[in-house]
Every structure is written in C-alpha cells, then in structure tokens.
Ligand binder design. Structure first.
Ligand code: MGD
Ligand code: MGD
Ligand code: MO
Length: 672
C-alpha cells in the first residue's frame, strides 16, 4: 500500500488536503490529512466518495466524437484523430479570418488547481482569440469590498473560534464550507452567539442562536439600521470614527434617513424584536465576526448590500477599536506568478488583442460578435448547459459554432451537445498545486494513480494539442510544450512565494500543507463609507415586491452532496437512483394551499424564459414567496434563469437569485 498526498481541486471554500491509499494501482481509500491546520484531518462526504468517482462506470475513458451533433451517436476516436481535427479547424479558421478571433474557450470552476490554467496559456500562445472575462460566482462582493477597503485583508478563518459574536449574512457553511462549522461550534461552546440572516431556514440557521428570515435583497437595510443603532449608542466613539474614515459625517447624515424599526421590519420581513436583537448583539460584542456569504451577492442589489454590511463590520471593528473581523474571500492566489494564466499573448500583426466577453452572459455576448463570428469553442472545467444562465442563448450559439470540444470526466449536459469530448484526469492522476480562497494554506497534489484508460490532464492535453498545431503549421503556438506539471509548479514557487509560505521547494509540501505567514499589514488607507441613496434604496426594495405574474422568488443555492452539477450520478454518495430523480420544488405551506397543491404533485415552475417540471415538497419553514430548487438535474432549473445586467456596466457576479417564477399544477395528459 502506498500513501500519497492530494488536495481536493473542487471550487469550494475548504480546499481540503487528503491522503490517498493506493494498492496495486487502485485507489482503495481516501482520508483527510491531519497535517492540514484548517481541515484537521477531515473530509466531507464528497471527499470520501472519491473512491467511487475515480472508477465510476459512467466515467469517460476515450476521446469520442458524435455526428450529427446531439444525436448521441458517439464513436471512439484516437487522441491523434481528435488533435488533428481540432488543430485543423483552428488553423483553417485562422486562414479564413486572418486571426484566431473566431476561436475561443469557456472555462470555469471544475478544477481550481493552478495547472488548470493550461487552456488560458495555450490560447494566449496562439495570439488574439475570444475568451471569457469576470467571475460569475463572487465578483460583485469582491469588488464592493475592494472599493470600500482598498486593501481588504481577510484574517484566518481559524480565528472565528475566538469571536464572541458570529453574524453570517447569506452563507450556508453547514453545506458549503463544512470545516468552518468546527470553528463556529468552538466559539459557541465558549459562549459566543451565532446569528444567521438568510431567507431560507438552512442547516446553518438551525444551529444559530438568532435566525432572521430576511426578505431576499434587503440585507443592506437591516445592516444600515444596525449601523445607525451602533452610531447612536453610548459606546461609539465618534471622534475616532471620524479620524479613520474619509466621510463618517456624511455617512451619519445618511443614516438619519434610515427608517424606524417598524418600517425596516415591514420591508425586510424581519420581526422588530429580531432586528433590535441583532443591533444589541453587535453593540455589546467585543470581537464580532461579520461573514458575507456569496449567496447574498447573487442579485442586482447585492453590491449595495455588501457595502452596507461592510460599513457595519467597520463600525464594529476598527472604527470602534474593537476586534471585529470581516470575512468574504481572499485573493492569496494573486500573489503567485500564475505563469500559465498570464502566459504572454502571441503578437499579431492585425488583431491587436483578444476579445474578452463577460462570462455572465457569455453566449449572449458571443452571439453579438461579428467580424469574425465565434466558430470554435473549447469548453473545459465547465458545464454551462447546467450551470450557466440564459441557456436559450447557448442554444443559439451552438448553432453557429462549427466545432465544440468539451474536456470533462463525465458525459455532462454540455458534453452531450459537443462534437468531440476529451476525457480528463482526476486530481489523483496528475500533479497540481491548490491555493484556497478562504483559508491560507497551500497544498500540493501528488499524482497517485496512472491515467484512467486514455484520460489525460488538461495540461497534458494542451501540450499535445500545441504540438499538433505546430506540426500542421510551424510556429503557430509559442507554448513550451516540453514543460511538465512539476516544471510549472516549480515556477509558481518563486522565491517570494517560498518566503511567504516558509518553504524551500515543492518537496517541503510533500510532508504537509503550509500556512502563509501573516503579512505585514500595509498602512491602511482610510475607510470610505459607501454613501447609499437611502430613498432610492427603499424604492428599489419596494419595487421588488410586486410581480403579479411571477410572485415567487426562485432561490437555487448549493447542495450538501453535490458540487454544482458534479457527483449527481454517484448514488453511493447521494443515496438516490441517478435515473429516477425528479426536480424537487420546495414551497411554503401557504403557497401549497393557495395553489391547491399537495406533496408529490407534479408542477411546472415557469416564467417568461420557459418552464421546468418538478415535484412539490412542502417546506414548513419556507417563506411564502420563495420557491427553493436544487441546481443541475435532468432538466436544470437554469433553463428559466436569465441574468439581468445591472445599469452600472461594471463586472458583476451572475444574478442567479433574482429570478421570479410562478408555479402551476401540471395537467395530466389524456394519454396518461
Ligand atoms: N456542498 C457544496 N459546497 C459548495 C458548493 C457546492 O456546490 N456544494 N459550491 C462552492 C461554491 S462554487 C460556492 S460559490 C460556495 C457558495 O456558498 P455560500 O457562500 O454559502 O453561498 P450560496 O450557497 O450561494 O448561498 C448561501 C445562502 O444565501 C442565501 N441567500 C440568497 N439570497 C439572499 C439574500 O438576499 N440575503 C441573504 N442574507 N441570504 C440570501 C441562500 O438562501 C443560501 O442559503 O459554496 C462552495 N461550496
Ligand atoms: N441556479 C444556479 N446556478 C448556479 C449557481 C447557483 O447558485 N444557482 N452557482 C454558480 C456558481 S457559484 C458556480 S461556481 C458555477 C459553477 O459552474 P461550473 O464550473 O460550470 O460547474 P460544475 O457543475 O462544477 O462544472 C464543472 C465541470 O468541470 C468538470 N471537471 C472537473 N474536474 C475537471 C478537470 O480537471 N478538467 C476538466 N476539463 N473538467 C473537469 C466537472 O466534471 C464538471 O462537469 O455554477 C453557477 N451556477
Ligand atoms: Mo461559486
């Protein structure tokens, strides 16, 4: 039996380090790595299920190609054939249009290891092309915080254990960040209070001392109310606050416009007693934690809400000489050289630069491109036909694409509509480096298994495709295809990174993950409050109220046993038969009564974008205007979600939770 050190590459807060036990080339067991100071030797159920994931019968074994597209008429092809078809298409488009702008890629979060920027490097190496920009998951909150704090430093999440108040706004760590619960429970055992603010009574809310079932999108108002109460309290040192901010007086004047508790209660749906209790908890806590989750920024008004909550966090932290801390996500990753992501773009005589289109509306934006239109699309670490919004635009886009290649481990919804599907490696079959966006540990991922049948790592695929491009058209790509994962990893561990993590080279990571040294906090720029337009904000909150056609807000958060569209088929993990699972629509008892619906009834969830069939589940804790549905599944709920761009033309996260829907009982067809 051999034991290797691996790291979970899923897009998740926890980025757990794990040990793989390999016997005769087979993965027999995975375990948490107790050298990891944050996860401390534990994994989630999805982590333990890797033994199933690696050799599941549905896993793709060979490159395959279908004709016609979407026919399901797949045939096995060799890698050599696959590379030739792809390289010839890219080169032919280049000849047709005079540049590579007709070729592009869409990539997101299937595997967040640093080696998985190989596709970005490969595309840069061929010169200007079409690429996504932005981050559909967390940009809104990130930008809002950066605007406020300039340099927003996130302390260690382990520190949460020492807080005496933890207020969680729109995150559900019991589902999405399981190791964090350990620190929250630790704080609570030592007497801390935990408050959860979420429209849905989640598994995390169930563990809280105070739960506020807020009306979606109204968090900012609640935060401003608490901020006003703090500023009015005798504890608050206004002179100090003025000294360390640019505009406290202006902010204070605005707070005067924040309505009274009964009005705030009416607009946020939070009981007055709960609103007051939240304010009191913040006033009396010596070391509070304010955690802004990604869930609450997935709306049009998310940025403003994040800003208001950050003001509250500032007022319960450094503005009051208290130890209050703010958590969201950090960008330790950006301290790395990121040689693959930032691989220099090959110069082109005519096309000046790549066309970068907003990932939130990728398909819609791609359809608007002309001269040349997008014709070839490479999809990796991504399942847009389940996870993206505006799938109607995707349907149109695929009609104009001449070649779609998807690299994945499984036959996903996106693979189903592709021409060629290439089998990707699991993280056990490649070497990589994993940096979290939540804790400050770095982990190495060793290769512990040989490639599964003909699967290959994304880096390997990129290297081989580069060779093919250069064989067909010498000098086409500048990507150094001779470099292996270890070479790139060593380049990432630059002297600065070695210093930061206290390592000499990669071998130090083989004996365990390393923690980033606390940085010297640079002299803080003064905090600037966002000066909200409170009356406009109130209007906005009111307008959101009334949609007669589509009275329910559709909330589709993350689920415990899946990660987005992944792991659904692992019945060992989910306990459900992968072929029989219906979409479940959770509705309130009132909504059930108003629509004369019973549990298990078949309904349609619909809006102007279409409908999705579902089975009713009555959730006694749900607010009456909310329909709660899981992501992915046979007909993903994202078929009726379309991101509404905000007016401010800035990059945002996708507004997944802004969707309005209605429900109706499904007519039983006469044919049975
Ligand atoms: N098990 C599991 N874990 C995961 C993932 C997964 O798919 N499965 N995905 C990972 C990824 S990529 C991400 S981005 C994170 C996301 O994890 P979180 O940051 O926890 O975010 P969400 O799950 O999107 O939403 C959290 C909560 O926000 C609530 N919410 C919605 N609208 C509002 C609002 O207006 N105000 C407030 N206060 N709350 C609101 C939702 O009801 C939900 O319970 O999880 C990561 N971890
Ligand atoms: N309705 C709704 N939709 C949402 C959200 C929501 O809250 N509600 N959340 C959004 C969020 S926060 C996120 S982060 C996105 C996630 O969006 P995606 O990143 O598209 O989500 P996944 O379903 O995880 O798809 C990743 C794919 O990558 C594949 N994969 C895994 N490892 C590798 C690898 O090493 N190489 C390659 N080539 N492929 C690999 C997986 O098998 C999977 O098919 O979903 C978004 N969509
Ligand atoms: Mo995400």
């Amino acid at each position: 039996m051999k034991i290797f050190r691996n790291a979970c590459p899923r897009n998740c807060y926890a980025s757990c380090s794990m040990l793989s036990y390999v016997n005769n080339g087979k993965l027999v067991k995975v375990a948490g790595d107790d050298q990891h100071g944050y996860t401390k030797g534990n994994l989630c159920a999805k982590g333990y299920a890797f033994t199933q994931y690696v050799t599941h019968p549905n896993r793709l074994k060979y490159p395959i190609m279908q004709s016609p597209r979407s026919s399901g008429n797949w045939k096995r092809i060799s890698w050599e054939q696959a590379y030739t078809i792809i390289a010839d298409k890219i080169i032919e488009l280049n000849e047709r249009y005079g540049s590579n702008l007709a070729s592009g890629y869409n990539k997101f979060s299937g595997n967040i290891g640093l080696m998985h920027y190989a596709a970005e490097a490969m595309f840069n190496s061929i010169g200007p092309h079409t690429k996504p920009k932005g981050n559909l998951c967390l940009t809104t909150g990130n930008d809002a915080l950066k605007e406020r704090f300039k340099q927003f430093e996130q302390s260690s999440p382990e520190d949460m254990a020492a807080a005496d108040l933890i207020v969680i706004w729109g995150a559900n760590p019991a589902v999405t960040n399981i190791p964090q619960m350990k620190y929250i429970f630790q704080a609570r055992r030592a007497g801390a209070k935990v408050a959860v603010i979420d429209p849905v009574f989640t598994e995390t809310a169930a563990k809280a001392d105070l739960y506020i079932q807020i009306k979606p999108g109204t968090d900012g108002l609640l935060a401003l109310y608490a901020a006003k109460r703090i500023a009015d309290s005798s504890f608050f040192d206004e002179n100090y606050a003025q000294d360390c901010t640019n505009n406290f007086i202006q902010f204070k004047r605005i707070m005067e416009k924040v309505p009274s508790a009964d009005k705030v209660s009416e607009l946020t749906n939070a009981p007055i007693s709960a609103i007051e209790e939240l304010a009191e908890l913040y006033i009396h806590a010596a070391s509070s934690v304010t955690w802004i989750g990604f869930g609450m920024q997935r709306t049009n008004i998310g940025g403003e809400n994040v800003q208001a909550i950050s003001a509250l966090a500032a007022m319960t932290g450094f503005l009051q000489k208290k130890k209050g801390k703010l958590f969201y996500a950090h960008d330790d990753l950006e301290q790395f050289p990121l040689h693959l992501l930032k691989f220099p773009e090959q110069k082109h005589s005519e096309a000046q630069a790549s066309r970068a289109i907003d990932i939130n509306s990728f398909a819609k934006n791609a359809l608007e491109l002309s001269d040349p239109p997008l014709k070839f699309l490479w999809i990796a670490s991504r399942n847009p036909f389940s996870q993206d919004n505006n799938l109607q635009s995707w349907m149109k886009l695929i009609q104009q694409l001449e070649l779609i290649v998807t690299v994945d481990l499984y036959m996903t919804k996106t693979a189903e509509i592709s021409d060629i599907v290439l089998p990707a490696a699991t993280h056990f079959e490649e070497m990589d480096l994993i940096v979290s966006y939540w804790h400050h540990w770095i982990s190495i991922n060793e290769q512990s298994l040989a490639g599964y049948f003909e699967s290959k790592s994304d880096l390997q695929i990129t290297r081989e495709l580069t060779n093919k491009l250069n064989e067909r058209s010498p000098g086409f790509s500048t990507f150094p295809s001779e470099l292996e994962a270890l070479d790139w990893i060593q380049k990432e561990l630059s002297p600065e990174i070695q210093e930061l993590y206290g390592i000499q080279d990669y071998t130090d990571l083989l004996s365990g993950p390393h923690l980033k040294k606390p940085e010297k906090i640079p002299a803080k720029e003064k905090f600037s409050f966002n000066i909200p337009d409170v009356s406009g904000y109130l209007e906005n909150v009111k307008v959101q109220k009334d949609s007669l056609l589509f009275p329910y807000q559709l909330i589709t958060p993350q689920s415990l046993l899946t990660i987005h569209s992944q792991y659904e088929h692992l019945s060992w993990l989910t306990g459900t038969d992968e072929n029989s699972e219906d979409t479940i629509a959770e509705i309130s008892a009132i909504a059930a009564e108003e629509n004369k619906l019973m549990p298990e009834d078949s309904i349609e969830i619909f809006n102007e974008n279409g409908w999705v069939d579902a089975k009713v589940k009555v959730n006694p804790y749900l607010a009456k205007n909310i329909v709660l549905v899981k992501q992915a599944g046979k007909k993903p709920i994202n078929w009726i979600i379309v991101h509404q761009e905000s007016d401010q033309c800035q990059e945002t996260s996708t507004h997944f939770y802004d969707s309005k829907v209605n429900i109706r009982k499904k007519k039983v067809s006469r044919n049975g």
